[in-house]
Design a protein around this ligand. Structure first.
Ligand SMILES: NC(=O)c1ccc[n+]([C@@H]2O[C@H](COP(=O)([O-])OP(=O)(O)OC[C@H]3O[C@@H](n4cnc5c(N)ncnc54)[C@H](O)[C@@H]3O)[C@@H](O)[C@H]2O)c1
Length: 293
């Protein structure tokens, strides 16, 4: 995938935040890009704003709904005849953090519905068609160091969802090779500093039927500003990542054929070694709070 020119890319959750940076970078590489996002007005605005950079179109999609993702795949294949890059990027936090025992079934349903089933739905609908198309292609999962590397304990549901999709993507990558397909898989860990995105207000897209039953107990650090202040108070770095630059970095990782696309892999590696040592000794591994920024 070192030359993406003319290739078809589908980016879920690409209307805003990290996904939008990825879309811009793919357009700059000459890809024809389909943005699949649930937020119709934001999607329409993104398509209008990015139109000058290349062939971009939007399809309103709820990745947690298999019927919606099947309709997306039908439209992509009808209009463009292929998918070479499937980027499962849409994601939500269950919102607000808190103790694991305070997370309700609907927190799990919504977060796993989008992050885990959303990824599965993309793979189920697109991968058989990508294999049948017999062209080189890649499936990229936007995971998170929170869960993908080690959990942030007060974000237990989100961390569990991201651990699941990192694991799934690894299995997918192995099977693509074992089955001698022309496809590869990659996992992207957004990184390199603080990410000021809509993830902090993910509740805006939460369906009413998956609302919480009880009010969420107050938890500190649930807005980006509070989180940043807490880091500053602890003397930790608070630099904000340029999302266009992050998109270019992620797309370059795909072009380079990397499986793991992330900044600061030395720090992640050190934490993973410490985790492996603890697990091998039957002990609780250190959390993300002890190693990731
Ligand atoms: N922001 C961070 O700190 C951070 C860190 C690591 C990983 N991530 C991951 O990066 C990805 C992008 O998140 P972001 O930070 O840009 O947040 P964001 O809220 O700015 O973007 C997420 C996009 O997904 C869309 N979306 C939400 N639910 C959807 C659904 N059911 N179907 C289709 N689209 C849906 C939203 O409309 C939005 O455009 C997510 O997978 C997130 O978990 C974010």
């Amino acid at each position: 995938m070192d030359d993406l020119s003319g290739k078809v890319a589908v980016v879920t959750g690409g209307a805003a935040g990290i996904g939008r940076g990825i879309v811009g970078a793919l357009l700059d590489e000459g890809c024809r890009v389909v943005i699949a996002d649930i937020e119709a007005p934001v999607l329409a605005a993104a398509v209008a704003e990015l139109a000058g950079r290349g062939d971009v179109r939007g399809v309103v999609t709820d990745v947690s709904d298999p019927v919606s993702v099947a309709a997306l795949a039908d439209q992509v294949y009808d209009e463009l005849g292929a998918c070479n890059v499937l980027w499962n990027n849409a994601g939500v936090t269950s919102g607000g953090g808190g103790n694991p025992w305070e997370q309700e079934p609907n927190d799990w349903r919504w977060c796993f519905g989008v992050n885990v089933f959303g990824t599965a739905n993309g793979v189920l609908e697109f991968v058989p068609r990508m294999i049948a198309g017999d062209e080189p292609g890649v499936v990229v999962t936007t995971s998170s160091g929170d869960g993908g590397i080690a959990p942030v304990p007060y974000a237990s549901v989100y961390a569990s969802s991201k651990a699941a999709i990192s694991c799934f993507t690894e299995a997918l990558a192995h099977q693509f090779i074992a089955q001698k397909t022309k496809l590869r898989a990659a996992v992207f860990y957004p990184s390199g500093g603080l990410l000021e995105t809509g993830l902090w207000e993910a509740q805006r897209n939460r369906p009413a039927e998956l609302a919480r039953v009880r009010p969420r107990p107050p938890a500190p650090g649930t807005t980006f500003a509070e989180f940043r202040e807490a880091l500053a108070a602890a003397g930790r770095p608070t630099d904000i990542v340029d999302l266009d630059e992050l998109g270019r970095f992620a797309v370059q990782g795909v072009k380079d054929g990397r499986f793991v696309i992330s900044h600061n892999l030395d720090a992640a590696g050190a934490l993973l070694h410490a985790r492996a040592d603890a697990i091998a000794d039957g002990q609780l591994p250190p959390s993300a709070l002890e190693g990731l920024t």
